[in-house]
Design a protein around this ligand. Sequence first.
Ligand code: PEP
Ligand code: MN
Length: 262
Amino acid sequence: VNRLFHPENSIIQVAGRSVGGEKLAIIAGPCSVESEQQIVTIAQQVKAAGAGFLRGGAFKPRTSPYSFQGLKEEGLELLKIAREATGLPIVTEIMSMNMLDKFVEDVDVIQIGARNMQNFDLLKAVGQTNKTVLLKRGLSATIEEFLMSAEYIMAEGNENIILCERGIRTFETYTRNTLDISAVLAIKKLSHLPVIVDPSHAAGMWWMVEALSKAAVAVGADGLIIEVHNDPANARCDGQQSIKPERFATLMSSLQQIARIE
Ligand code: PEP
Ligand code: MN
C-alpha cells in the first residue's frame, strides 16, 4: 500500500463508478437494514440527492449481545432489492469468513468494520477475492496499524481497497469518537489508496455531520460514508447520528459547491 511502489493515486473501479479519482464518492444509507420499505425508500431518497452508493448493515457488530444484531441474510436480500430499485451499488459489512462466498456473490463493496480491522484471517480471506473492500480504521489503531491491515489484503493479491477514517478513541467523551482529520493527510502521503471519511460514526451526533463532511473534503478525502435514516428517532441502530434524507439533500447541495461528485 506504500506510495513508494505506486506514486499515482489508485482509482478503484466498482460497479461502473470510481473511488479515488477527481470526484468525491458518496456512500449513504442507514446504519442497518430494517425492512424492505425502509431500505428501498432511503435508497431512492439518497439516490435522488446524488449519492453514488448505498450503505446498510445486515450483520451488525453491536457492543451488547442484546442489541439488534441486524437482519442478516434477509438484510442482504433487501439490499439487493434496493440495488435493483435504484441501480446504486451496495456496501455492507462482513462479520465472519463463513459468509464470504455469499458476500462475493451479492454485494458490490465488502466493508470490514473498525472492530475487525485486525481480524487477520478475515483480511487474508477478502484479499483472496477481487471484490472492493472498504476497510475502516480500528477504534484505537495507529495509522501504521491501519495501513498494515490494508497490506494484509493487498499481499493476497486484492488491490481494490478503500480506506475509511471513522474516528478514534481518545480521552474525549463529548463526541462518540474523535475524527482524526489529519489521518487523511497522513494516509494520502504514505499510501496511494483512496481514503474516505465517516463523519457519522466519528461524531456520533447528527448535527456535526455536515460540517465534518466539509472538513473532510477540505483535507482531500476521496469520499464520505454517511448514515441517513428516514425516521432517526425510531432507528434500530445509531439514530442519534443519522441525518434525515432532506438534510442529506441539503448537505449534497453544499458539497456540490466545493467538489465534483461521482
Ligand atoms: C458501520 O459503518 O455500520 C459501523 C459499524 O462502523 P464502524 O465499524 O466504523 O464502527
Ligand atoms: Mn452505525
